[in-house]
Design a protein. Sequence first.
Length: 256
Amino acid sequence: MFLYPLILVAIFILASAVRVLKEYERGVVFRLGRLVGSKGPGLILLIPIMDKMNKVSLRTVAMDVPPQDVITKDNVSVKVNAVVYFRVMEPEKAIVEVENYLYATSQLAQTTLRSVLGQAELDELLAAREKINEELQSILDRLTDPWGIKVANVEIKHVDLPQEMQRSMAGQAEAERDRRAKVINALGEFQASEKLAEAAAVIGDHPMALQLRYLQTLSAVAAENNSTIVFPVPIDLFEPFQKMLQSKTQQDKGGK
């Protein structure tokens, strides 16, 4: 009758002494309070009652940093959130050196985010985000190194601007677009004036070109509209014909 309780106790002790760790897991073992080391993956045998194991994952953790209220260097209040990618490289340090490495890394990321962004101006925060990400990653990696943690990357996800600042930036962008449009229009007018000046020089050297252009314009207008249009005809247009008539008249007189 007393055999069954003994069998149950033996099964319980055996179950507590056997652990199976996955490929990405490590077990930090303490024996009577002293650090033995990390074990795994695979089958782990522990001494019942004497050994205690803390399981640590070696996979990369994507930690979301909650939105932080930040005042930039040029006194603009913004809300910024980010994401931190890190992984445990030394399980013993992650358990021994800090009470809760996940919580500690999260708090450190929040304070570092506020500190670094507070030293940057708004334009830098919006335009040079890659540089700020690298600076955040470098600082967090250095501070978490004693915990056996490697920070691989830090990315700023969203920058929430006040409504007044959004309207001001929208007005600035619209003014910049208007300025570019005026510059392009002025450049086009300048290039057109250069071409017109060249055309005027050619026409000045060849008066017949002006008359041909005038006739082409009449032909184009007549083709597009069916209504009657009266054009003033310059006297200069008839000068070649007058010269031809005078020349012919003189020839006729000379023949007589």
